[in-house]
Design a protein. Structure first.
Length: 136
């Protein structure tokens, strides 16, 4: 949300291209944060299984509730870190992406102007690709 507000940029078409330019250390941090989020989601799944077992054995409801509280806390932390890392990647490397795509924002272009120029360029690429895909 902050990326769109600051740069006028939709991450869906931008992220794969930006990812290709990220340094290995930042990539590793993003991967690690995503894995932490995935782990929290798996833990939430276990909480649901414990809750289902409560039909047969009521103490498992307590275990399920405790595991769910832990999973939610871990998911929030992991999502916050992941969002921060994605925002950092955009903050530090959007200019590199714009240069690689041949998008010129001008020397005194604001972050929003540069982001919108990149977004417009990517929309053109995707529109051309989708149009070409429909015609053999």
């Amino acid at each position: 949300m902050r990326v769109h507000g600051r740069y006028g940029l939709d991450l869906e078409p931008t992220w794969p291209r930006l990812w290709a330019l990220l340094p290995e250390t930042l990539r590793a941090d993003v991967i690690s944060a995503r894995q932490a989020y995935d782990s929290a989601a798996r833990l939430a799944g276990w909480a649901l299984l414990y809750a289902a077992l409560a039909v047969l054995w009521w103490p498992s409801a307590l275990a399920g509730a405790a595991v769910l509280v832990t999973a939610v806390a871990r998911a929030r932390d992991a999502a916050s870190l992941l969002a921060t890392l994605v925002e950092t990647a955009v903050d530090l490397h959007l200019t590199d992406l714009a240069e690689r795509l041949g998008v010129r924002g001008g020397e005194d272009a604001s972050a929003t102007e540069l982001g919108r120029a990149v977004a417009h360029h990517l929309a053109d690429i995707l529109r051309d690709r989708d149009g070409a895909a429909g015609h053999p």
